[in-house]
Ligand binder design. Sequence first.
Ligand code: OTU
Length: 680
Amino acid sequence: MPTRIVGLRAANREECELSADPDPPVTERARREQATAAVAAARAEILQRAAAALPTDEADALAARLDRYGRDAALPLAWLYGDREDYQALVARLLRAVVDAAAARPHELRRLDRRREIDPEWFLRETMVGYVCYADRFAGDLDGVRERVGYLEELGVRYLHLMPLLAARDGEDDGGYAVVDFDRVDPRLGSNDDLEALAGDLHERDMALCVDLVINHTAAEHAWAERAKAGDPYYQAFYLTFPDRTLPDAYERTVPETFPDTAPGNFTWSPELSRWVWTTFYPFQWDLDHSNPEVFAALLDVMLRTANRGVDVLRLDAVRCLWKRLGTTCENLPEAHWLLQAWRGLTRIATPGVVFKAEAIVGPDQLVQYLGAHDQEQPECELAYHNQLMVMSWSAVASRDARLPTVALDRLADPPRGTGWVTYVRCHDDIGWAVDDADAATLGLSGFAHRRFLAEFYAGQIPGSFARGAMYQDDPRTGDARTSGMAAALAGLTQAREVGDPLLLDQAVRRLLLLHAIAYGWGGLPLLWMGDEIAMGNDDAWWQDPVAGDDNRWMHRPHMDWVAAQRRHREGSVEHRVFSSIAGLAAARRRTPELHAIGPTRPVWTDNPKVLAWRREHPRFGTLLGLANVDDADQSVDAGILDVVRAWDPVDVLDDDRPVPVVDGRIPVPRLSARWVVAP
Ligand code: OTU
């Protein structure tokens, strides 16, 4: 049963009790009243501003959105900045920015807004499949991407997430996550007009565009940082800086290192500032100080301008790190959630068709909160990475055992109504082995030992391993290590190609497709990482690219191999088998409204530890039972599990809707394959 809910207010109460503050904590009720009053105080002015800037019907719609979402923004703002004298003025100022953004929003995007207000769960439809890529590595630049949209449509893709494309620093830029200008597309990829043209193309094809917004930090060369270095106190207050090591050393006692190997520590000395700067990631990435409402306001403007360029989904990067507090890990703090909730409420008023996707690669106990599932639900982000499903899927195929995934995934609370997971096999980042110790202990496993096993297995260091990945940030002090590598390399295709063994290759292809059948059939928006659709292996020459530095995540960020992609049309090739199977999963989804991702997905115990089972309960379209055999040998499960579907002669969508076979009371599930079972 779901047990992972950490209360925002419980955490806040604890913080208050822990704090030396003699005053009693401000109550929820007081904050609500404060927020309501702030919106009421600004309402007349805001409606007047809207009436002056918008056509009557649009001004009226904005008024309705202000009344609907105003407190959704003002309440978290009260928790964040409510003790400031200028809190009410801040709310009014932010709402003015919202009206101005609404006034500037192109007509075509307002049309999308209205359609999405009619179907607010548009991004959860069974027809949605996403594709993630770097524009330059996929097609050279944004214009090149426009020329390749047909390729995406062959895969059934309806959602394109382009990796960071805003102006980034020269040289190493952490894959574009070191932004120097939020308002300019990186010239190497094109212009703002090119981005708007691409968005227009995608919208004409009923596709959505997702773009990264790096809101935790900027490049050390961003204009804000440059002005800070030049001595401007207004911008010096945008960053977290310290005169000496006293506080940095105190923070370091509890704050984990993200890149212990390649960028140890969380602070960097800035000669220009003559101060230590908080740098969670690389030294050239300066963390912003979100306790400063000026930072909040500046980032709201970035979100609204990006939305008005046609971006439908804002992928908010590293949100776990947004707030710092001494004595904590400075991850997943209540204030980080309040920031997201406040930005969400405000953008919902200005650009109601735009969706937030939280990038919170965090443990299972902190994950669903980013979708707003706190002790009391709060509108926060509509999408979040189902990192736990990804980790558990790879764990299952390495150990040929589905029990740990069943335990771990059953303890996750369901996404609140109107929100959902992005489900994925691989992405541009490393795999962090988020195996919860308590979950492992349930099965008599050591969490530490299992995490270590997975890191070594996928680095190909365990005898019998089929994987050809690599250790990432292997930290001898903690024993923690993550994994880099393309899905095909981790699933065994590289090894099989090396030894030229057709059986091994068949097993590896099955394993790769099985992982995608879990991600596509779990319930959420499945994301396909560029190259996985044609089983591309690692880029073994990643280190020759100066942009990569010594960060081996670049081994799973190859340039698209369009010659190999051509082979998707050649029967008998691996590319053809993988591409057509993954396109087939998208087609199967389109025929399966049970995969419209509202409603819970829960794992189901079977009588066979080698078969992962899950049930999706769509409130209108009924149940889907997923079965995934994570073993190299054929397996079966007791046919009693079909009761889950509550139908006579249920069918397997992945077997061309044939009735599910039952032999001697058992359902056969062939080696490394899946079934999606639904009512006929
Ligand atoms: C995110 O990373 C991005 O996805 C990474 O590509 C960036 O390097 C990083 O932020 C800095 O912008 O913050 O919540 O383990 O997986 O740092 C998790 C490395 C993140 C990344 C992790 C992730």
